[in-house]
Design a protein. Structure first.
Length: 431
């Protein structure tokens, strides 16, 4: 029987679904950093300077020019539903990319068994966690992740019914995961170790030795290594690309990529965050299970994205030019800020992860209120663990905008830091 409705107010007399009747794990999700930043700055009135947003890591260099033609050519191919597995030519292009990038032998990756496309790396990370976490084990499963971290790691972990373990990547650890610091009691419950190399936000990279120790532990404790490598193509030294999970695994004899999945994306590599195209490579058995899950999730990348990804993956010229643009901006940062704040360009990624005087939230609010530049407080990307919050006292600046805009933002940061130092000097001499 349908409800009669309340003619006067127009309200339906049946109550809606209460929060208690919904997935309680959604309630565990933390506010997203950009929501927190919007709340922090909502009541502030910045000066009438051109606004500069350095908070969001959204690539803003132009997408490769040849894509204009490729999009046109792909139109004829979109009159079909996209395949979750991806077409054979697409999987060949993905396998060829991994092979070239990590110097694998030609037959190391089978396009039919080892690789899959995704709609960006964000959803792929969530799907990988869902596919591996087995919540039916006696003790709660653990996902180990760097701290600070890309927020999806924590959210996907909580949604899968697992417990996050935050491995600090602060100054004491050289801003990278110390693989040997995962406590034995945690390892016993670990089902996934997430790595992020080059790291967001620190820009540091894991090396062959790190991966070898991690692979040995994965074998011993039967966990999956899920390597978020979406910054793999943004690095400082053109002659020394950082290694990745699959390259490191193969080099130390794990030729079937057991316990491995590496997650990549065209968002940062090719400046196509709006295309939503990612790709994965890893252990065949895991990839097969992942494909089954993804078929039901309905997360095939769009047909247009799959078609244009093939020539995009094959082209390296635009990727080299992209890296060169970031290198120049890191040099600018050193030149502009170097004598007020220590700057060492990171080996990878496009973020400046800067130690700042005092509390990072207060610093970011003041910087916005006085200079109309948005930065991200480091503590929004990290959690307190063992009494320490490794993101506190840092800010993250994304060098994604045009060079002149970045230079202007960095110049305003310099002015802001100098003004803080002057007022500190004045107040200390007054005491
Ligand atoms: C560390 C990290 N992983 C994954 C992503 C997701 O990127 P996309 O879904 O565009 O591939 C981002 C985006 O900023 C990121 O910083």
């Amino acid at each position: 029987m349908m409800p009669q409705g309340d003619g006067e107010s127009g309200r339906c007399p049946w109550p809606g679904l209460s929060r208690e009747l919904m997935n309680p794990r959604i309630g565990l999700l933390q506010p997203y950093p950009f929501q927190r930043l919007a709340a922090l700055t909502a009541r502030l009135t910045p000066p009438a300077l051109p606004p500069i947003n350095m908070a969001i890591g959204e690539p803003r260099h132009p997408a490769p020019e040849f894509l204009a033609h490729e999009f046109g050519a792909a139109l004829a191919g979109v009159a079909v539903y996209p395949s979750t597995r991806g077409s054979r030519p697409l999987r060949e292009a993905i396998a060829a990319w991994f092979t070239r990038r990590y110097e694998l032998p030609a037959q190391a990756l089978d396009p039919d068994r080892h690789v899959l496309p995704s709609a960006g790396s964000r959803e792929a990370i969530t799907a990988v966690i869902q596919a591996r976490i087995d919540p039916t084990v006696r003790e709660q499963p653990v996902v180990v992740m760097p701290n600070p971290f890309y927020q999806i790691y924590e959210g996907a972990t909580l949604l899968a019914g697992a417990e996050p373990y935050y491995l600090p990547t602060g100054p004491a650890q050289g801003f990278r995961m110390d693989i040997d610091a995962i406590p034995p009691a945690i390892l016993a419950r670990t089902q996934i170790v997430l790595t992020c190399s080059p790291g967001n936000p620190t820009g540091q990279v894991l090396d062959q030795g790190d991966y070898e120790r991690l692979l040995a532990l994965a074998h011993q404790h039967d966990f999956l290594i899920a390597a978020d490598e979406c910054y793999a193509e943004i690095y400082a030294d053109e002659e020394a690309p950082p290694t990745g999970l699959l390259g490191a695994a193969y080099a130390c004899g794990v030729k079937d990529f057991a316990h491995c999945v590496a997650i990549h994306s065209l968002s940062k590599r090719s400046n196509l965050p709006g295309l939503r195209f990612g790709y994965l490579g890893g252990e065949a058995t895991f990839m097969e299970r992942l494909l089954t899950l993804r078929t039901y999730l309905g997360s095939a990348p769009s047909q247009l994205a799959q078609l244009v990804a093939i020539p995009t993956l094959a082209d390296e010229a635009h990727v080299r030019a992209n890296r060169a643009q970031y290198r120049v901006k890191f040099q600018d940062a050193q030149a502009i800020l170097g004598d007020v704040i220590p700057i060492t360009p990171p080996p990878g990624g496009f973020y400046l992860w800067l130690p700042i005087p005092g509390d990072d939230e207060t610093f970011v609010a003041g910087f916005y209120a006085q200079h109309n530049v948005l930065a991200l407080p480091g503590s929004y990307l990290s959690r307190e663990s063992g009494g320490i919050n490794p993101g506190a006292g840092f800010i993250r600046l994304a060098l994604v905008g045009p060079r002149e805009e970045c230079r202007e933002g960095l110049g305003r940061l310099r002015t802001y830091i100098e003004s803080l130092e002057r007022s500190r000097d004045v107040s200390s001499s007054a005491h």
